[in-house]
Design a protein around this ligand. Structure first.
Ligand SMILES: *Cc1c(COP(=O)(O)O)cnc(C)c1O
Length: 519
């Protein structure tokens, strides 16, 4: 139903119970919904306890469960067939609860010990509560006027991380953004704008003698792969750096690659390393790469989406402390700091560079003079305009539980992954692919006598059957072109016993698959 009332155009859908609408024009009250008002606070206070009850049940559910994915068509039908209201029994409230049930049943059970596949975690419930608070009382985080608290929280978190890096608060900068994909893009734009001169205004110029290029690790995340296309230098000008046995960028080979590229007229202005590759969690030799980058007057960005969080752990920090030599790096708090997505921290060693990514001026949100307020806001350093204040979730957990909470859970995940590695070494027919530096372990089931071409398909069949059986949820990744099984211990409920029983299940399935012809 569409109601026109002077300049007011009100769209109503048929989910409003009676559809009775009052529209008055003139005076102060111009618009009022009299029945079943979606904005009614009473509706919120009656509905929320019922939602909380369901979510608490969900959190308490200790069953070991993997993936139970519906085919999209089935889920589409289920979504469409959520029962319509009938005016009495089946109410708006009931519809919401039906949708919540569908949401829970169709998704990944991140709190279950069967969840061993992906890089996001269950969240401390208080961070989710805060997500609700910041949806009801919005503070879009970009400009101080709209989002004072998130801009202040940015500064608090910045200072905390500065101490882990040994950086002085006056020298460096940190902004929060939504996802490492965006964090990587923002940093590399800053690199382009500072290293290549006038590209922001004039566009990326190419000449035979000077072709802008970037260099990336062979296992870089697909968001990094895309960058060259987005920032206008072209995929042909991405130099892929070879990896060593540990799947880190090999510094000597990288030096040769850069020398060759320079001889061919390429200007490599940015080198992108990783601290925690998505495939195996490998950490590149950041210090050596920072020296190599300096030789070529290139910017070093580190995609530390996965392992950057190690900075908060006294035990794990030294694995990533060389991040302090990077010109920029980002880390995903929605992965290894366990807060709701998306919450990404992007660091610049030199604070002046933070403004280089988007050097535009917008008079409706900005003043020309740096003042007390503009020093506190990240708007002009961020891609986003309206931005969810997800930094508040991180800050709240930090405030309530302290650094130690993050440290303890991270240490546990990394220890458990290492134990899993030891177990895989002990059990016959398994071959680990990486010595885990973080909480990711890749391996293959390799029974005696399997022929080379069968290895990949066998891993894929195992992964599929494991996931279909619904007890454990595993992922896979191609390593040197051959699929491998991938275990990600994001869940502190996983004990080594769970890994052991997963491995038994893999062996059972693996041998059954070997007995049956592979198709
Ligand atoms: C997850 C991940 C990304 C992408 O981050 P989003 O937050 O999903 O955008 C980039 N790089 C690495 C290494 C990752 O693990």
């Amino acid at each position: 139903m569409v109601v026109y009332a002077g300049q007011w155009k009100v769209f109503m859908n048929n989910s409003i119970d009676t559809g009775k609408v009052n529209v008055r024009h003139g005076g102060s009250a111009v618009f009022e919904l009299t029945t079943n008002d979606p904005f009614d606070p009473a509706m919120f206070s009656t509905l929320l306890p019922r939602v909380v009850t369901k979510l608490t049940e969900y959190l308490r559910d200790d069953r070991i469960r993997g993936l139970s994915l519906d085919p999209p068509i089935t889920l589409l039908e289920k979504a469409k067939s959520i029962k319509e209201k009938d005016g009495s029994k089946h109410t708006t409230e009931q519809q919401l609860l039906d949708i919540l049930d569908l949401h829970i049943s169709s998704g990944i059970h991140v709190s279950s010990a069967g969840y061993m596949a992906r890089q996001y975690s269950s969240v401390p419930p208080v961070t989710a509560i805060y997500d609700l608070i910041s949806a009801i009382c919005p503070q879009p985080a970009t400009f101080y006027e709209g989002g004072p608290l998130p801009n202040v929280a940015d500064k608090i978190i910045k200072h905390e991380f500065g101490t882990f890096l040994g950086w002085h608060a006056d020298d460096f900068d940190m902004i929060s953004t939504s996802g490492a994909s965006l964090g990587n893009l923002t940093a590399v734009l800053a690199a382009r704008n500072t290293q290549l001169g006038s590209t922001w205004r004039a566009g990326v110029q190419q000449s035979k003698r000077m072709v802008p290029a970037i260099a990336v690790g062979g296992d870089s995340h697909y968001s990094v792969e895309r960058l060259a296309g987005i920032i206008g230098i072209g995929q042909d000008n991405v130099i892929r750096l070879p990896l060593n046995q540990r799947r880190q960028i090999c510094v000597d080979a990288a030096r040769d690659c850069l020398a060759r590229a320079t001889n061919e007229g390429k200007r490599v202005f940015c080198l992108i390393a990783a601290a925690g590759t998505t495939s195996v969690g490998a950490i590149d030799p950041i210090f050596a790469l920072s020296q190599l980058a300096a030789e070529y007057e290139a910017w070093l960005h580190v995609d530390a989406a996965h392992n950057g969080a190690f900075l908060v752990s006294d035990e794990l920090r030294n694995r990533v402390s060389d991040l302090r030599y990077a010109d920029s790096f980002c880390l995903d708090a929605h992965k290894t700091l366990f807060v709701p997505a998306a919450c990404t921290l992007l660091f610049y060693r030199d604070k002046h560079n933070a403004k280089s990514a988007f050097p535009t001026f917008a008079s409706y949100v900005q003043d020309t003079n740096e003042d007390i307020i503009s020093g506190f806001e990240s708007g002009m350093k961020n891609f986003e305009c309206t931005k969810r204040p997800s930094i508040l979730n991180l800050w709240v957990a930090w405030k309530l539980y302290g650094r130690e909470f993050f440290e303890e859970k991270l240490n546990y995940l990394v220890h458990t992954t290492f134990e899993a590695y030891r177990l895989i070494q002990e059990i016959d027919y398994f071959t680990p692919i990486n010595v885990p530096e973080s909480n990711i372990l890749c391996f293959r089931f390799l029974p005696e006598g399997i022929s080379q071409p069968d290895i990949g398909p066998l891993q894929l069949r195992i992964k599929e059957r494991i996931n279909n059986e619904g007890r454990y949820y595993l992922s896979k990744v191609d390593i040197d072109g051959t699929p491998a099984l991938r275990l990600v211990v994001m869940n502190h409920k996983i004990g080594i016993g769970d890994v052991r029983s997963l491995l038994h299940q893999i062996r059972r399935i693996g041998f059954a698959e070997m007995a049956a012809p592979l198709s």
